[in-house]
Design a protein around this ligand. Sequence first.
Ligand SMILES: [Zn+2]
Length: 293
Amino acid sequence: MIWDMFNYQLKNRIYLQESTTTHNYHILDNLDDAKLGIIKFNGANNFTIAVDPIVRKRYIATEAMIQLLNIKFASMTKLFCQFPSSNQQAINLFKLFAPATKHKDITKFIFHKHTYNNISWRDFYLTRIKQFNRCFIREPSQEPQQQLYCESCQLTAAETDIFNRNTLLHPVAKRAWQQMQAAALNDKIILQIISAYRSLDYQKQLISHKLAKGLLIEEILRVNTLPGFSEHHTGCAIDIGSPKHPVLESEFDQSPAFSWLNKNAKKFNFYLSYPKHNNTGITYEPWHWCYQL
Ligand SMILES: [Zn+2]
């Protein structure tokens, strides 16, 4: 069930478009149709994925692409990824995607039918999330039945946040955010970033720090999701603040900034993800807004 939700999410972030002249596929970002890469068939049973360097740095994006391929070909043929069984090998494999290169499509990743075990990249993402979460929850029954989110496939630097840290956003969300900020300023409302994109690792650190301070995991999970379940992974969610108003407190909803957002954010495709009495298991968060098409 959880994977149905995940697949749904993925389908909403990336799509494949078959080339009209060849059997290759373009990999496109659903939010802005940006070309993230191409899938070239080298025969019936193997193909090469070449991704743009900016995307390649985000290995999760590639993982997502492969997941999408799994969905795409699930009914046609069992295409298992050429995927090593140990984590260390997997990490080494991911590093292939990291080094910067002048050539757009130097990253060649070939998948063979029947080559490997039954670990798919989709399972890997779930395994990875489980590993992240093993330090926080022990029983499988404690696993949250929340929406899983894929890390963003495109990220770009945005302004520094109120703590002067660098932030990253999906380019489309960033553009909309800047337009919204400018419109707010026109109405003498200052909107600031408290938190934007967060990686799985960061989410883990966030929880670890709170645990180290002596908070109980149950208390933490009322306000933070486990890694993998945060909308901040998408690069489209922003925790918004305004000077002289409480940071990440429900009283933020008494601020003029919140009234302004309530009235105007939808014009910029920003929506409150966790309103009062929502059914996601996350408490009311008047500061958390997410760009959605
Ligand atoms: Zn948030």
